[in-house]
Design a protein around this ligand. Structure first.
Ligand code: SAH
Ligand code: SF4
Length: 361
């Protein structure tokens, strides 16, 4: 017990001490000490409340071919779709009227002019019909600096671009040769530099991934001084090239490791936003609540129109494929209440960290 207390104490100072982190990953004995410490930090720095972002998966068309992802370009088994402007606006209005302070616009990656121009238009309209009140997070991959700037000027103020893994060798193993680790890191820096509240994250339990890699991921988050984290367990998809390689970790272990990563990041970076992601719920029906109790403070209820959900399967067993947006909303509100937290309705829920880092720089 003393060992775990001293490991937690070591990281409380904000220093990602490697030995302490390795110890926390190596044991499950008295691990509640880690989770309670993280929950205390959560209460003190970001409150006993959860912010909601309505997730709109507006297109599954992707020019990339990541080896792990169910909507990769070469998966010809799925039907490709793009929601039209009216459908996106309708989903955004649903979020706004439901009191979700923000939405996340997520899609496969494209960089053609139509894609960027349509997205700029849609962002402007969402801002205008919601009285400039609905926050917009983008999660559409690697783009050119000019385009990131255009999207920012149109009104998107947050961006989520996962590094996927901070280990460049592992990155190369899970992506085709023309996908660049270097460019992904540059994009994260660019997004921060433009002024976005910037989030990143990793998948946990990838084939070939080790505990040392997770420690490096933590160091990456700290060194890049990011504002938000969205990370989750890797979950196999049978129609992807990575499917034939086994992870060292069972799904249960990936789930536990993700909770530990959340708790550690809460203790280390204190005032950032951390999402309790859908992939946690894919492994355990109460996964997102457990994520909150480990220190996360954001949940992204899926508000993609039902008819498209089936075709946005990044991984197997993706939950909420058959629930409509109203069901997802009620389910999330109830689940959060059940764990004694409240939902911060009608609130943007910006990461406090973003304002602090800008004041300090
Ligand atoms: N195209 C954009 C956003 C959509 S993908 C991008 O790649 O940034 C969003 C996230 O889904 C990815 O960052 C990845 O971390 C996650 N993802 C993809 N396949 C997954 C899988 N098999 N298991 C868990 N997460 C996965
Ligand atoms: Fe496309 Fe993103 Fe999936 Fe990679 S992870 S194939 S970029 S949708």
């Amino acid at each position: 017990m003393n060992k775990i207390i001293s490991a937690v104490k070591k990281i409380e100072s904000g220093n990602p001490d490697k030995d302490a982190l390795l110890y926390l990953f190596s044991t499950n004995e008295d691990i509640d000490i880690l989770f309670s410490a993280a929950y205390e930090v959560k209460e003190r720095y970001v409150g006993k409340k959860v912010y909601l972002r309505g997730l709109i998966e507006f297109s599954n068309i992707c020019k990339k071919n990541c080896y792990y992802c169910g909507i990769r370009r070469d998966n010809h088994k799925i039907k490709r779709y793009s929601m039209n402007k009216e459908e996106i606006l309708e989903s955004a209005i649903f979020a706004y009227k439901s009191g979700f302070g923000s939405i996340v616009l997520q899609s496969g990656e494209r960089d053609d002019r139509d894609f960027i121009n349509n997205l700029v238009e849609v962002i402007k309209e969402i801002k205008s019909i919601t009285n400039n009140e609905l926050g917009i997070t983008l999660c559409v991959g690697e783009e050119k600096r000019d385009d990131y700037e255009k999207l920012f000027e149109a009104g998107a103020h947050r961006y989520l671009l996962r590094i996927e893994t901070s280990n460049e060798d592992l990155y190369k193993k899970i992506h085709p040769e023309d996908h660049s680790f270097y460019n992904r890191v540059e994009c994260i820096k660019m997004l921060k530099n433009i002024g976005y509240q910037t989030g990143t994250g990793v998948m946990i339990g990838l084939p070939f991934q080790t505990i040392d890699d997770l420690v490096s991921d933590i160091v990456f988050f700290v060194e890049n001084d990011i504002d938000m984290i969205g990370m989750g367990p890797y979950i196999e998809h049978k129609d992807t090239p990575l499917f034939k390689y086994n992870s060292k970790f069972t799904l249960k272990e990936r789930f536990e490791l993700t909770l530990k990563m959340i708790a550690i990041m809460r203790i280390l970076m204190k005032d950032i936003n951390i999402a309790s992601t859908t992939a946690l719920q894919a492994i355990d029906p109460a996964g997102r609540e457990k994520g909150i109790l480990a220190g996360a403070n954001v949940i992204m209820p899926n508000i993609t129109p039902l008819k498209y959900r089936e075709d946005y399967r990044l991984y197997e067993n993706k939950p909420c494929i058959n629930e409509n947006s109203e069901d997802c909303k009620d389910c999330v509100l109830n689940r959060i209440k059940m764990i004694g937290e409240s939902v911060a309705l009608n609130s943007l829920g910006d990461p406090i960290h973003y304002y602090r880092r800008n004041k300090e720089s």
